[in-house]
Each structure stands twice: as C-alpha cells, then as structure tokens.
Ligand binder design. Structure first.
Ligand code: OSB
Ligand code: MG
Length: 382
C-alpha cells in the first residue's frame, strides 16, 4: 500500500504514437517485424511526470488491440475518466476505467504511468510500491523464428554467451520439433521453452506430444488466443507443462484456467491484463494456487521494460522472464543508461524514484510520429 499520504490529481496527459527500428527482425507464428510501433504516455500531476508505454502493436495479430485503437480509447474514453478526479492510490485507476470494456493495453498504459507518478510523488522506487522483494531479476531471451536452423543455433550461442538464464524459441507448424531437436543436440540440457503464439489446434495434440521427449520447461500458448477448454484437453494429452499467455486477459479467466487445469504456469504481461494492479492480483492468485509466474515481454522500449523489471521483482516471479537487455531491441534505447544484463543473467531493479530510468527526450521526440497533449483541467469529466 501507499506509505506516505499522497493524493494525485492528473493535470495533463500527453500521448505519442512512436516508431523505432528493431536491431534485428522478430518473427512469431503470426509474422515478421522489422520495426516496432507503440504509444508513450506522460501524465503530469503534483509536480511530477509519470510515464507509460502501450504495448499494442501496429497490427491486431497478437491481440485485437492496435496502436490506433489504443489511441482512440485513451483520448476519447480513458482521459475523461481521470479528469478532475483525485486518486489516493494507483489501485483506484483500473476500477475508474471499468465502464470501458476490454482494451486492457490502452488501460494499462495509463494505469502504469499513474503508478510511476505516484511512486515519484512519494520518492520511492516503483518496486517498493508494488511489493517487490528482489534487488535483481532473472532474465531470459525470446528468440524469433529464423531463416535456418544454423541461424537459430548462432543466435542461441550468442545469447548463452551473454549469460541469459533460459532460452525461449518461437515455434509454428513447420518450425517446431526439428528446431527443438537441433537445440537439444547442440546445446544439451539448457533451460529451454517454446512459444507457439496460438499456432496450433487440438488436432495437433499428437504432433505436440513429440515435444515431451525434450524435457522443455513449458510450451507457451499452443492453442487459440482466447481458448481455455481445448488447453485443458491438450494438457491431459501432453506431459510438457502448458503456460498461458494470450488467453489470460483477466484475473477471472486465470482463476477458471487454473481450476480447469488448462495450464501449470502463467506468463504475466501487465499490458494484457490492464496494468500493475491487475498484475498484482494475478500474481497473488497464482501464488495461492502454486502456479509459478514469469514476466512476459512485448518488445518494449526502456520505458515499458523498466516497468516490467519493477513488477518482476515480486516473489512469485520464480522463473526467468522475457526481460532482456535494451541492446537486443533498440540502439539507442529511449533511456540512458540502457538496461543491461549481467554475466549471471540478472538485471538490477532500479532504485531511483518511480521507474527509476532517465528518459532521453530528444530520442522520444525523434521517434514520435504524432503527438497530442490534453489539459485534464479543461476537459469535461466522463
Ligand atoms: O508471445 O511473448 C510473446 C513479442 C511480441 C508479442 C508477443 C510475444 C513477444 C515475445 C518477445 O515473445 C518477448 C520480448 O523479448 O520482449
Ligand atoms: Mg507469448
């Protein structure tokens, strides 16, 4: 909970549509990207700025949200619900947006910016407000689909040398068993998992059962993006633990998925569930049920990445997350110094107030395609 009595009234919301080139292309079962389009939010109030990043992508392939839907929802529907109100705790933000259905990535961007603002107003690192208990988090990497197995082997070699604690490879029909087989043959019993991004159906259960021989930590989101019940059936037919990503967009669905046996592990992405407060509820629910969690990634810039590091400092984040060094994604990143991983595959949790990173305004400006600044004090509250 909040330590010092701090109330926050938001005076201004600035929203930016941004794009940055990716250091290397990233390919999942739904396609290849060479750049990343995202939104940045800055909330100003009580003499402080709070920053957030909307993890929606330019296209609706990972989720139904896009940067343009998030822009629309934030400017037309979320900002009026914050205007003129005083908040005593950042946990009040998500409920204040309740009348807007879905659009968790849009909500999360605003909500997380508010957490940064609250933490700065209290002079505390965000991890402390969230209840984090670790000084360093365990870092893993997510390696996209490559043009050849040889190229995949080279990437794994490089990431292993950088110290990452586990390797995740993206799979899809036609790039799955042979890729895993190659990794085990070349790299032995390294901590390894796969992410299908919803590329299979229950009819592939027999095929996916071939993965059982490779002792994978888990298979992430094998079936459809909103499915729970087919995952229950698949988990009965395969030994590899299922981890859900896309399907878990509310705490309630997580509760049902756990009760039904659809997964043994859950990946938490605050963007997917509506922000930090919902992530904390999800984290606690999983802890109560003995479900380990790890922090997912959405190719965030240093701003979203810093938020993720603070959240991943909570106790039930017991598996390495998809939170890697800035230089794998953006060069330069929007923050200085960039986020880096130590030789032991860990990242320190920033200790300065809020998200605790320095945002380089000039780089933010250069990445910006469109900008709007909304004065919350002249806006008609919703
Ligand atoms: O499914 O976890 C995913 C990136 C974009 C969209 C979905 C996913 C991912 C990743 C990358 O796996 C994780 C990262 O390194 O940020
Ligand atoms: Mg995933």
């Amino acid at each position: 909970m909040v330590f010092r009595e701090v109330k926050v009234r938001i005076d201004r919301l600035e929203l930016r549509l941004c794009r940055l080139p990716l250091v290397s292309f990233f390919e999942t079962s739904f396609g290849r990207s060479y750049d990343r389009t995202f939104l940045l939010i800055k909330l100003t109030g009580e003499g402080h700025d709070g920053w957030g990043e909307a993890v929606a992508e330019a296209n609706p392939y990972y989720s139904s949200e896009t940067t343009e839907t998030a822009w629309h929802i934030i400017t037309e529907f979320l900002t009026p619900r914050l205007a003129g109100r005083t908040f005593a705790d950042p946990r009040e933000i998500f409920p204040a947006l309740r009348s807007v259905r879905g659009h968790n990535m849009a909500k999360a961007a605003v909500e997380m910016a508010a957490w940064d603002l609250f933490a700065k107003a209290q002079g505390q690192p965000l991890s402390r407000l969230l209840g984090g208990t670790r000084e360093r988090i365990a870092s893993g990497v997510s390696i996209g689909i490559q043009d050849s197995l040889e190229q995949l082997a080279e990437k794994i070699e490089r990431e292993r040398a950088a110290g990452y604690q586990r390797i995740k490879i993206k799979i899809k029909p036609g790039w799955d068993i042979a890729a895993v087989d190659m990794v085990r043959a070349r790299f032995g019993k390294i901590p390894l998992m796969v992410d299908a991004n919803a590329a299979y159906t229950l009819a592939d259960a027999g095929h996916l059962a071939q993965l059982d021989q490779y002792d994978l930590m888990m298979i992430e989101q094998p079936l459809d993006y909103d499915d729970v019940s087919d995952h229950v059936e698949l988990q009965r037919r395969i030994k590899t633990p299922i981890c859900l990503d896309e399907s878990i967009h509310t705490v309630r669905i997580a509760r049902d998925a756990i009760a039904m046996g659809a997964c043994r592990i859950i990946n938490i992405k605050p963007g997917r569930v509506g922000g930090h407060a919902e992530s904390l509820r999800l984290h606690d629910l999983c802890a109560q049920h003995g479900i380990p969690v790890w922090h997912g990634g959405m190719l965030e810039t240093g701003i979203g990445r810093a938020h993720n590091i603070h959240l991943a400092s909570l106790p039930n984040f017991t598996l390495p997350g998809d939170i890697a060094a800035s230089k794998r994604y953006y060069q330069p990143d929007l923050i200085e110094p960039a986020i880096d991983v130590a030789a032991d595959g860990t990242i320190p949790v920033p200790t300065a107030p809020g998200i605790g990173v320095n945002i380089v305004q000039d780089r933010v400006d250069r990445a910006t395609l469109r900008h709007v600044s909304i004065d919350c004090n002249t806006l008609t509250p919703a």
